[in-house]
Write a protein that binds this ligand. Structure first.
Ligand code: NDP
Length: 278
């Protein structure tokens, strides 16, 4: 059986450390402040926003929610972003995605001041990640690196395979592994011989968005398998991209829920604290 990488416990440890830092900052009159923008009434986004706000409250970060109606115009949304960019008590700005279809998410991300872009989606921050000189890291890949570090899994010289090439997970994930001297392969829907490529991985990161996609025959015995996916199985139950049977082959495995998910929120808190320290 694989050793479980307990994201819930590791996230709790990160949050406890942040709580201490925030207490010291608050005592010095600099409480970190996060603005959370939610447009429309998508129930999943609502849940994500509430979880982020609860996590902020837990560590002492002041969060302010800006809920806008679904018919908000691009101009109104950009005006809010500009106002928040100018506010000294707001250190981080997060716009919950996806936005309603008539709004241009790229323009909104581009409008957020890079030094307040705690999701690290702004092109300036993406460029900083590319050259390895960054303030913020995107929360999910940063969370994965934290899981690896705190589980003493050194990726240097190892073959790491990332399945998925999205801008928010796959691509930055590959870059962070590369910065730590891994030999990285990025796979996607056009990859040939996916099974064989994955079977060569010492560390396999699945960010596909397909329930139980990674099966035991795709995993090298003893590999560390990181499951980023959040899906519903045929019974509507929450599950990852990795088939639970991989537990029999892998050396380490993150559960879903309780693996990468809690780390993503912990890294958002960390980025907000970093923004306030700058
Ligand atoms: P995207 O849909 O943006 O990207 C999915 C990637 O998987 C694409 O690059 C796609 O390839 C690739 N892919 C799809 N099908 C296959 C296939 N058959 N073989 C190989 N590759 C394939 O998803 P995200 O990156 O945004 O998210 C991935 C998963 O992670 C989702 O389940 C999401 O819910 C979850 N997630 C979890 C977070 C957390 O906090 N735990 C945070 C963010 C996301 P191509 O580019 O060729 O289409």
């Amino acid at each position: 059986m694989a050793q479980k990488i307990d994201g819930k416990a590791i996230a709790a440890a990160v949050r406890a450390e942040l709580k201490e830092q925030v207490a010291a900052m608050t005592a010095a009159g600099n409480t970190p402040g996060l603005a959370v923008i939610l447009v429309g009434d998508d129930p999943a986004s609502r849940v994500y926003v509430s979880n982020k706000e609860k996590a902020c409250a837990d560590v002492g970060i002041r969060s302010e929610e800006f809920t806008l109606p679904a018919d908000t115009t691009q101009e109104q949304l950009l005006e809010l972003v500009h106002t928040l960019n100018a506010r000294e008590d707001i250190h981080g700005i997060l716009c919950q995605l996806p936005l309603p279809k008539h709004l241009d998410d790229k323009a909104v991300i581009a409008a957020i001041a890079p030094e307040k872009d705690v999701d690290a989606f702004h092109a300036a921050n993406v460029g900083h990640i590319m050259i390895g000189d960054y303030t913020f890291l995107p929360c999910t890949p940063a969370g994965v690196m934290e899981l690896l570090h705190r589980s003493n899994i050194d990726v240097a010289g190892k073959h790491c395979v990332v399945i998925g090439r999205s801008n928010i997970v796959g691509k930055p994930m590959a870059m962070l592994l590369l910065h730590e001297n891994a030999t990285v392969t990025i796979c996607h829907s056009r990859t040939q011989n996916l099974k064989e490529v994955c079977r060569g991985a010492d560390v396999l990161v699945a960010a596909v968005g397909r329930a139980k996609f990674v099966t035991p025959d795709m995993v090298k015995p003893g590999a560390a398998v990181i499951d980023v996916g959040i899906n519903r199985d045929e019974n509507g139950k929450l599950c990852g991209d990795v088939d639970p049977a991989v537990d029999e082959v892998a050396g380490w495995l993150t559960p879903v829920p309780g693996g990468v998910g809690p780390m993503t929120i912990a890294m958002l808190l960390k980025n907000t604290v970093t923004a306030a320290q700058k």
